[in-house]
Design a protein around this ligand. Sequence first.
Ligand SMILES: Nc1ncnc2c1ncn2[C@@H]1O[C@H](COP(=O)(O)OP(=O)(O)OP(=O)(O)O)[C@@H](O)[C@H]1O
Length: 215
Amino acid sequence: MHLSAENLAARRGEDLIFSNVSFGLGGGDALVLTGRNGSGKSTLLRVVAGLLRQEKGRVAWTGKDGDSDRPAGEASHYLGHRNAMKSELTVAENLSFWKTFLGDMAGGFGLGVDEAVEAVGLAGITHLPFGYLSAGQQRRIAFAKLLVAHRPIWILDEPTAALDTSADQLFAQLITAHQKNGGIVLAATHQPLGLEKAQEMRMTGFAGVSEGVWG
Ligand SMILES: Nc1ncnc2c1ncn2[C@@H]1O[C@H](COP(=O)(O)OP(=O)(O)OP(=O)(O)O)[C@@H](O)[C@H]1O
């Protein structure tokens, strides 16, 4: 499996936010985007997820079965700043909706709703409306959405915002487990996620990017 981005450029409104961004990730790889506020991290994630059209360049993934040059969004989970859950529905109803709506892609199976909630440390609250949960609990349930349907690519925008230290560690373990299963992770963050073997790409706005290794 391979996710590749070549010479991407993106515009928001009138402004070119970045250009000439390229990377290639294979199964098990993680790329962490860092950089100041407004440097274009969320914009790049949204382009890769297929939620925003790029100005230039291409992004594509090739599946295990040789299914090549497909839009990366087809194979991705996207966890944005917002949690994509309905406040008035219960946790179980929200996650069941996503499990049915997304379904599993070839190559893996999502967890059941109860198992996924347990995996994010919140067993026993699936009957509560999502809107009753604390900000950190809501973020944990949003993360459980990644577990209920199989997608090889996880695109994560500030996944640990509003989380306590134990949740930070839990998310790092879940992301690492995804990598060990051959998954790809692309994440934007202002704080180290504690991932093993993650590459870093520092977004510097229109001036370009520099690459290094995180941790
Ligand atoms: N809809 C829009 N129209 C015009 N400009 C936008 C729009 N959305 C974002 N921008 C601008 O695009 C630039 C990049 O924003 P982006 O959200 O990608 O940055 P970021 O690196 O993720 O920032 P942060 O660290 O604050 O989350 C910013 O200058 C922002 O003001």
